[in-house]
Design a binder for this molecule. Structure first.
Ligand SMILES: Cc1cc2nc3c(=O)[nH]c(=O)nc-3n(C[C@H](O)[C@H](O)[C@H](O)COP(=O)(O)OP(=O)(O)OC[C@H]3O[C@@H](n4cnc5c(N)ncnc54)[C@H](O)[C@@H]3O)c2cc1C
Length: 66
């Protein structure tokens, strides 16, 4: 849960930073677009967040079944 929330927060904040910087945020002239790409990787590497959500859901269902 921590990985999902933290990595999604990183993407959301980096996305806002790109938007805030307008066209310059999209260009490679500044580091902002890099922050968004790097944040996005965090939701994929170490197993995609969708997989972690599956694992969490299975754990909750198993716990409820006990
Ligand atoms: C720059 C970079 C560095 C890396 N470094 C390392 C490293 O040092 N060590 C290492 O071991 N690996 C490393 N990796 C690999 C990384 O861990 C994998 O890319 C990651 O585990 C995702 O696997 P995949 O790319 O095969 O995507 P897939 O598992 O094929 O997933 C692709 C997409 O399918 C969807 N998906 C997947 N599973 C589910 C699901 N259960 N439910 C719903 N949707 C799903 C998601 O949208 C997901 O993003 C690195 C990858 C990159 C890009």
């Amino acid at each position: 849960m921590a990985k999902i929330n933290a990595t999604q927060a990183a993407v959301d904040n980096a996305n806002r930073a790109v938007q805030l910087h307008g066209g310059l945020g999209y260009t490679t002239e500044y580091h902002v677009e890099r922050y968004l790409r790097d944040a996005k990787l965090l939701t994929i590497a170490g197993g995609p967040n969708e997989g972690h959500k599956d694992t969490l859901a299975k754990a909750v269902i198993e716990q409820d079944g006990e």
